[in-house]
Design a protein around this ligand. Structure first.
Ligand code: AMP
Ligand code: TRP
Length: 324
């Protein structure tokens, strides 16, 4: 049996180039080697309020972007998390073996909680649900961006604790980071991770931004006051642009841009990004022209993974002495 890969993206905000380089691109590259399951994690998205009509549109839009970015529905299962009840069910079972202290320690919880007037319990439970997404499919490889490393460590801790309390039940999942692009920073502030929820118009390159918008955002990206690239001492803004360019076009190495004036360099970065995103945007337009197609893919994905999820749930319930 092929080893299983699992990952997920929240259908909230606009997918950006950080999501693509940190996650989707990597998924597309490894999918053929494993049994792959890629989830649209809508139950995670609702840990902060989402407008219902926007959320339901985003779920399909995210599925279309997965496919446009190279996830092949004939090779991989594309699944909406809430369409498989086992995710939420396993999350509860795992909650009961997770010490509160582990959850309070999560940096993403602390950062998100600070921004909320009322902190919902779901925000604290978020990483337990993420552990459930992974463990329900006994996935051994989880390709994500660097910001998810702490959540994955927690998933392993939860699995270990469950296994030691109730007997060997879960496979230990390993984190799989991309070699380039594991942490893309904001264009407006290269000390902050590029994120869907950041407000500024110049912060992120959305996967669906057109060429002009991409050029403008990159031209305005924050750099330092040097005139040209000094490869010995690159500021964070230039280093981030180089990472983005390199992940889009591997011929753009540090050596190849040495001494380039910032204006010329930014043009080159924009070209690399546009060349990478244009075919994805083209495919996206084709896919979304056929609404029934996406629903068909999501139903196929669900049907494929349901028996795997049900099998794990029975195993876990039996291990815990629950009524099966
Ligand atoms: P999210 O936007 O939180 O749903 O993240 C979906 C995937 O994209 C996860 O694997 C993240 O680790 C990855 N990701 C999000 N932001 C970035 C970023 N700025 N750089 C690299 N990967 C990212
Ligand atoms: N928390 C992840 C993020 O925001 C998304 C996610 C949910 C996920 N469940 C997962 C990623 C399971 C990997 C595996 O980026």
């Amino acid at each position: 049996m092929k080893a299983r890969v699992l990952s997920g993206v929240q259908p909230s905000g606009q997918l950006h180039i950080g999501n693509y380089l940190g996650a989707l691109k990597n998924w597309a590259e490894i999918q053929g080697h494993y049994e792959s399951i890629f989830c649209i994690v809508d139950l995670h998205a609702i840990t902060v309020y989402q407008k219902p009509e926007e959320l339901s549109a985003k779920i399909r839009e995210t599925a279309a972007l997965f496919i446009a970015a190279g996830i092949d529905p004939d090779q991989s299962s594309i699944v909406v998390q809430s369409s498989v009840p086992g995710h939420a069910e396993l999350a509860w079972l795992l909650t009961c073996v997770t010490p509160l202290g582990w959850l309070y320690r999560m940096t993403q919880f602390k950062a998100k909680a600070e921004k909320q007037e009322t902190v919902g319990d779901g925000l604290l439970q978020y990483p337990v649900l993420m552990a459930a997404d992974i463990l329900i499919y006994q996935a051994s490889i989880v390709p994500v961006g660097e910001d998810q490393s702490q959540h994955l460590e927690l998933a392993r801790d939860i699995a270990q604790r469950f296994n030691s309390l109730y007997g060997e039940t879960f496979v230990m999942p390993a984190t799989h980071l991309p070699t380039v692009g594991a942490r893309i920073m904001g264009l407006d502030d290269p000390t902050q991770k590029m994120s869907k929820s950041a407000a500024g118009a110049g912060h992120a390159i959305a996967l669906l931004d057109d060429a002009k918008v991409i050029q403008k955002k990159i031209a305005r990206a924050t750099t330092d006051s040097k005139p040209a690239i000094d490869t010995e001492e690159m500021g964070p803004g230039i280093a981030n642009l180089l990472t983005i360019a390199q992940a889009c076009d591997s011929s753009l190495t540090k050596e190849s841009v040495a001494g380039m004036r910032y204006g010329d360099f930014k043009k080159r970065v924009a070209e690399a990004v546009i060349a990478r995103l244009e075919p994805i945007q083209q495919r996206y337009r084709e896919i979304t022209a056929d609404a029934a197609y996406i629903d068909g893919v999501l139903e196929r994905g669900r049907q494929h993974v349901l028996p795997i999820a049900e099998d794990t749930i029975s195993k876990v319930k039996r291990a815990m002495g629950l009524y099966v």
